[in-house]
Design a protein around this ligand. Structure first.
Ligand SMILES: [Fe+2]
Ligand SMILES: [Fe+2]
Length: 224
């Protein structure tokens, strides 16, 4: 990221504010939960604010779905999933590991940003809205997923796994600890063959993030 002058910064700020206002109009509860989480990042507050402001202004972060065929494949789905995971992770930390030294800040950062890569990059979202999409609820299958999906994958992106793209987007703007990098990099756990190398070497934060992610994606967001 180049050094932004004051005019560029204030334009970015205004754009982020406008997009946050749209989110608050569409999804007031989600917007309030997101703002409450952001307040938990304090010691790296300035860096975190720079990162989130850029994401809110210039990427698909606030509007992207969480997937094409699975959980929360709707507008703001990625943000809703990310907020769900951050809140679940904080609850797990409070109940199972209150003395672990894992901070609110770390929990919030990895919970909120683990799937950030799904936003794609500036100007190239990972998921493209299909222009011709018309909902056909009568064709919805038994699992509750729509038979026709409203989004398609953007093949114009350079291939990176989601966790690696998350780190690619985060690290130029926000410093992460090694534990946070491990948690984000390996958050899919042993569902992904590439993650074999971390088996039995997971830090506590990684295990909490994996469980919070699974609980949100497989239970909470599928109404099981
Ligand atoms: Fe993920
Ligand atoms: Fe996730």
């Amino acid at each position: 990221m180049g050094v932004l002058d004051n005019v560029e910064l204030s334009n970015l700020n205004k754009k982020a504010e406008r997009n946050l206002e749209k989110l608050a109009y569409d999804e007031p509860v989600l917007a309030a939960r997101y703002e409450a989480l952001k307040k938990r990042v304090t010691s790296r507050g300035k860096e975190f604010q720079n990162l989130t402001q850029w994401l809110e202004a210039d990427t698909a972060w606030l509007d992207a779905p969480a997937s094409i065929r699975h959980h929360l494949n709707n507008k703001h789905g990625l943000l809703e999933h990310s907020v769900n995971v951050a809140e679940a992770l904080l609850t797990l930390r409070d109940t199972m590991a209150p003395d672990s030294g894992i901070t609110d800040e770390s929990s919030t950062i990895v919970g909120l940003l683990h799937d950030l890569g799904k936003a794609g990059v500036e100007g190239k979202p990972q998921y493209l809205e299909k222009e011709q999409y018309v909902a056909e609820p009568e064709k919805e299958n038994k699992t509750g997923y729509t038979a026709k999906y409203p989004y398609s994958y953007n093949n114009d992106l350079i291939y990176l796994s989601v966790p690696i793209r998350s780190l690619y987007l985060i690290l130029p703007r926000l410093t992460l600890t090694e534990e946070e990098v491990q948690a984000i990099a390996y958050h899919d756990g042993q569902y992904v063959d590439d993650n074999r190398s971390v088996a039995t070497k997971e830090e506590k934060l990684t295990l909490l993030l994996q469980y919070a992610d699974n609980w949100s994606g497989f239970i909470k967001e599928t109404n099981k």
